[in-house]
Design a binder for this molecule. Structure first.
Ligand code: AMP
Ligand code: MG
Length: 345
């Protein structure tokens, strides 16, 4: 099990007082104790932020409509945007889904625990507020020991969107959550930085043919290979547009502009601009700040660092963030999906 890390700062209250030792020593705490405290808060209807392998989630008991309503108000999330429900194991699928198809079994066996969300017909136990009135529910078993232990300790599936104000960059560390939601959440369980760093791949299995609703680290190609059939793209026509699919999302406050190559930015303008590139880039001179997400060209590494880099560039004193487009194959599709929404106005 992952160890939990207390917020920095706590070290100053240690026995030696504030002037001894490294100023920000983190104290490893007993994760079981933290998890049972978080589970207790959740059972009382509070919202708790917790780590998953994708991003930090803002969790509430999925069968508690009032607790789920709190998630929407804390995030400022529109009520028409359904939440993903997190399960401790694939064996719990039928507690939330009213029918588990052969396709769902195949994907669960191959990819859970992991960053794949499946949309299936919902059980009555899942209140309408969680699914935004849809007859379907989005389900996932996270590949993070702390997340699964928390769900188990709570004794209920947890509805959890990303733990950030609606529309802003998703949090990939506990500190990101504290910076943005602070007092609004009862507790932030710290499980270290998220390994995947971008939200789960979403596959809709509720219709006649499976559809890819959101790209993620698990690629379209991987899902198609397991299912032995192609995925449709996007939601079925009769479904409301859900904000993971809104044109503008995951957005920094500084304007982000997608470019094909650095040549698009005049040399004279570079001093006031930030450059963001998933892959190594040869001509990067003159920019006020540059972030290359993977110097070795590894897209998994690039995805893992994407949101933290966007936050950092958003804090920098620049007038624009220029992000270089990459090929939309495999995880490149997921990275470009996030960048395009961050660039939308
Ligand atoms: P997140 O914001 O990462 O929690 O992901 C929530 C997203 O999952 C929503 O914005 C939708 O795109 C998708 N989603 C959740 N539930 C459903 C559902 N029942 N049908 C279709 N998409 C869903
Ligand atoms: Mg989100």
């Amino acid at each position: 099990m992952a160890t939990l890390v207390e917020s920095p700062g706590d070290a100053s209250r240690g026995p030696r007082g504030p002037h001894w030792g490294p100023p920000r020593t983190v104290k490893r705490t007993d994760s079981e104790h933290e998890i049972s405290r978080a589970a207790e808060l959740l059972r009382r209807g509070e919202c708790v932020a917790f780590p998953t392998e994708t991003v930090y989630g803002l969790g509430a008991v999925a069968t508690d409509a009032k607790a789920a309503a709190r998630i929407f108000s804390i995030k400022g999330r529109p009520r028409f945007d359904p939440l993903i429900v997190h399960l401790a194991s694939a064996g719990d699928l039928s507690t939330a889904a009213s029918a588990v198809s052969e396709r769902a079994r195949l994907l669960a066996a191959a990819l859970w625990p992991g960053p794949l969300t499946m949309v299936l017909p919902k059980r009555d136990a899942i209140p309408d507020i969680v699914t935004a009135g849809l007859p379907t529910v989005a389900l996932r078993v996270p590949d993070h020991a702390v997340a699964r232990a928390l769900i188990e300790a709570t004794g209920s599936p947890l509805a959890a969107p990303s733990a950030n104000p609606f529309g802003y960059i998703s949090p990939t560390t506990a500190q990101h959550v504290r910076d943005q939601l602070g007092e609004k959440v009862a507790m932030v369980v710290d499980g270290g930085p998220c390994r995947v760093g971008i939200e789960s791949t979403i596959v809709d299995l509720s219709g006649e043919r499976p559809a890819l609703l959101r790209p993620g680290q698990i690629t379209r190609e991987t899902v198609e290979e397991i299912l032995g059939e192609p995925l449709r793209l996007g939601a079925a026509g009769d479904k409301p547009t859900a904000p993971g699919q809104l044109p503008r999302h995951y957005a920094p406050s500084t304007r982000l502009v997608l470019i094909e190559s650095v040549d698009a930015v005049a040399v004279g303008e570079r001093g006031r601009a930030a450059l963001l590139s998933a892959l190594p880039v040869a001509d990067r001179d003159g920019f006020a700040i540059t972030r290359v997400l993977s110097e070795s060209g590894d897209l998994e590494e690039a995805a893992a660092g994407l949101f933290a880099a966007l936050r950092e560039l958003d804090r920098a004193d620049v007038s624009r963030i220029y992000a270089i487009s990459i090929a939309e194959d495999g995880i490149g599709a997921a990275i470009m999906d996030r960048l395009r929404r961050a660039a939308a106005r």
